[in-house]
Design a protein around this ligand. Structure first.
Ligand code: 0PR
Length: 376
């Protein structure tokens, strides 16, 4: 560290230089992310609550109340009356904590979790940290969880079964109801990772059910900092039974609260405030409009892919993500990169993965397809 601090203008200059090297959502560079420009009011809330934290909630009762309200609204969006949960740092923390609950509720000496092969890598982190065996079940032909493959891996040590609503790589929705039947028969905890789909599916007519309207669902991850238009970090973990949180409670001597069930200690109140602001200002109609616009562009891209000679859809998109099959997707992604647009390559299926977040406008889609046809 420097002995004498720099002039603020000089530091500011360094900050701006670094920031200018970043890609930006708004000029259409980023097509691989599930994050986007937050709603302006969410951003305003974030700034207002910048120095608040919820690790010691008695110091920030106002912020703490906003978190409770945000949790209630998220639960309501997921068709749950009552319930509990908290605003996490994102899908990873929510998934870790869900398996944490399931493991601690399990009677097994060697608890395991069964997930579809499409599950996000946060479950690998969770399994490693929690010292549980993670069993990955093969997918069906449409890259969804295959209930019979899941069932084959379930045994007396299965603490949790996981389903995904809006998978990271294809945006697919697992058959949660069927997974629920398996969970009930085997007395296993059922967690649904709707980090991405949670703010899309409730607003699409005819989307399959994935939430607490299915009795067997014990907890759901949904991320306000993805399609919820909140600021980073805002994640959500919602549990059906408030008592489930007792399984991961830790005493917190000398704080204003007696215990906490969160993974992190000093955790920002900005995510909770920002989530509350986005939920309140957008309402169901605002989110519906957002989801519909994203799906329109998704369909626009999907149709272009279908009509292109060298490209194919690996699956028909059900959320705002398009998975494009072509020869050597890795090479295509590299070439697209040179042109400025950032897409990613999925591994299952091996394909180009484009996420149609709200910042990916119609013109961006058009430009992308032209560039893609060139490189393909
Ligand atoms: N569950 C699902 C289904 C996800 O897709 C993700 C993240 C998570 C959980 C974990 O969420 P957090 O990253 O909030 O902890 N999915 C993408 C990923 O990490 C998100 C992403 C990808 C974001 C690329 C930005 C980006 O540039 O793969």
């Amino acid at each position: 560290m420097r002995k004498r601090g720099l002039d603020p203008d000089q530091v500011r200059k360094h900050l701006h230089e670094a920031r200018e090297r970043d890609l930006s959502y708004e000029n259409g560079d980023i097509m691989s992310s599930m994050c986007t420009t937050p709603h302006p009011l969410a951003e305003e809330a974030h700034r207002l609550f910048l120095e608040t934290y919820l690790g010691d909630p008695g110091l920030f009762p106002g912020t703490s109340q906003l978190e409770d309200k945000a949790v209630e609204k998220l639960a309501n969006l997921l068709n749950l009356e009552g319930g509990d949960g908290y605003i996490t740092t994102g899908g990873t923390e929510s998934n870790i904590q869900a398996l944490h609950i399931a493991r601690n509720l399990s009677n097994s000496d060697e608890p395991s979790a069964v997930v579809p092969e499409s599950a996000h890598f946060s479950f690998d982190k969770a399994a490693d940290m929690l010292q549980i065996d993670l069993k990955k079940a093969e997918l069906d032909d449409d890259y969804r969880a295959d209930p019979s493959a899941i069932e084959n891996l379930v045994d007396g040590d299965t603490a949790a079964i996981v389903g995904v609503a809006g998978t990271t790589e294809t945006g697919q929705i697992d058959p949660i109801r069927e997974l629920g039947e398996i969970a009930e028969e085997n007395d296993a905890y059922l967690h649904v990772d709707a980090a991405f789909g949670g703010f899309v599916l409730p607003f699409l007519t005819g989307a399959p059910r994935f939430d607490f309207s299915i009795d067997a669902v014990d907890s759901v991850t949904l991320d306000p900092h993805k399609m919820g238009l909140s600021t980073i970090p805002s994640g959500g973990l919602i549990v059906r039974d408030p008592d489930a949180l007792n399984a991961i409670r830790t005493d917190t001597p000398y704080l204003t609260s007696e215990d906490q069930y969160t993974l992190t200690g000093t955790r920002t109140g900005a995510g909770a405030a920002s989530t509350y602001a986005a939920l309140e200002t957008l309402g169901r109609n605002g989110y519906r409009e957002n989801a519909e616009i994203c799906m329109e562009r998704t369909k626009q891209l999907a149709r272009r892919v279908e009509n292109s000679r060298n490209l194919e859809l690996t699956v028909e998109p059900v959320t705002n993500l398009v998975s494009i099959g072509l020869d050597d997707p890795g090479k295509a992604a590299e070439k697209l990169d040179e042109k400025g647009g950032k897409v990613s390559v999925s591994r299952l299926p091996e394909a180009l993965r484009v996420v149609l977040m709200p910042h990916v406008h119609q013109e961006t889609v058009e430009r992308f397809v032209e560039e893609l046809e060139e490189v393909a």
